[in-house]
Every structure is written in C-alpha cells, then in structure tokens.
Design a binder for this molecule. Sequence first.
Ligand SMILES: [Zn+2]
Length: 273
Amino acid sequence: MNTFPKINLPRLEQSIAEMARFGIKSNGGCCRIALTDEDKQGRDRFVEWCTEAGCQVHVDAFGNIFAVRCGSDGDSGMVLTGSHLDTQPNGGKLDGVYGVLAGLEVIRTLNDHNIRTSRPIVVIDWTNEEGARFSPGLTGSSGFSGHIDIGAASAITGADGKNFIAELGRIGYAGSMDRDAIKPAAYIELHIEQGPVLERCRREIGVVTGVQGVRWYEVDVSGSDRHAGTTPMDDRQDSFFAVARMAEAMRRFALSLDSEVRFTIGRVAVQPR
Ligand SMILES: [Zn+2]
C-alpha cells in the first residue's frame, strides 16, 4: 500500500474530551489519580472502546491494560503503543491520555479501512505512571519490564495510606494476564511535549532522542532557633535565608552547564513554622 489512511481527527478529539470528563476540574484540567474512582471510570470507558473496536482486552497483575488487535501472523512479535490514563492532581487532559487514545484511534482507522496488519497491535494503559498517589511512579511499566515484582508492588502504600494492590482489586483491575502473552517487537508512544521548545520553533512534532535521568535530593539545612523579634540581625542563623542563597547559586550553576541540564526545587518546608 502506498498511502497511509488518515485518522479520524474529530473522533480522536471526541474521545479525548470524553475521557477528560472523568476527574474534570473547573479550570479545564483533569484530576484522575491512579486507582481512584475516576481512574476506574476512565479505565472502564477505555476497555469499552477497545472491546467495541474488536480488541481482546487483558489486564496483568499490575493493573496494566493491554488491548490486542490480532495480526495475520499469529506468531510474530507485537507492535506496542500506549501511555497512561492517570494524571497528576493538577493534570491536563492530554498528558498520557493522548498516547493511549491515539493508539486506539490507529486501531479504529485500521478497522475503518479493513486493514489487517501482519503483526498484532497492542494499545496499553500503564498503571500509575505519574506516581502522584503511589510513589514512585511508573509502577505498571516497571512491573511489566521486570524492574519490580508483584511482591514489591504489594508493599507500596499510597499517600493516603491505602495499599496499591488492594486499591487495584477495589477498582477491579487486579488482573492475571501472563506477561509472556505479550511479545514486544516494537514500542512507540505518542506524547505531548510538556515543554515550549517545539512551539517556539514552530514544529508540530519531534522525535525523542533521549530520556531524562532524574535525580532527587533531600537537603536539610539547619539554623538555630532564636527569638524572631529580639535577636539582632547579625546574630541570626535563619536556615531559609541560606536555602534562598543556595537556590540562587544552584540555578546559576545549572544555567552555566549545557542546555540539557535542568534543575528545580520542588518543596521547601521551614521549621519552626
Ligand atoms: Zn505523561
């Protein structure tokens, strides 16, 4: 075949809009945190759509959803695509969702044109990619790739004290699919950029050439408790003042390095309050 069929853009946009309703916020964003009722609603709808599109839907022990469209060569490796349906507490409606529903749209388009691929195509929703409730994130993809086992996942407790596996069971997504049922030949993920660079250079799409290597540090800076009102300025040891100077110095350092290095300070807690 010389030309690729075009996807149905209004249908994709409609699906994204419908998914955004599960956990919609008044500012147009989305709060669909992993394994909450909203996540269950989003998952249920995704499964419904995939089933309607003729896929076989499987769930593994980490709650990852695999929607499989069979190929003509049953034994060949599969083409995997997907992303995550969970969001951050102040998430947008595209992060992750776009990658999952774009995969579904590919399957719907292939159906529209009666195209049978030789390789099976699998659209995946990875569980707890964001890690907003169950830290760290990437739980589902780490489980599938063998970086954590189900024992380790069973020990994960959420910020609200709830257990990861128990919550998976509660929303009905503690599955039993054998990991070997999925034989990856390739994996492709469509994702929004989450940065301003493409827009700045007026490009619509780019190819990822590397992934981020994140390092987190927790730093304690100790001062000394003095009376806020009566201690003269030159006798104070205010730890936050030191933190402010450190933050500025680190930012300057990051700017002096090459442009691939990013740095931020996420959370600062000052004691006594
Ligand atoms: Zn994402």
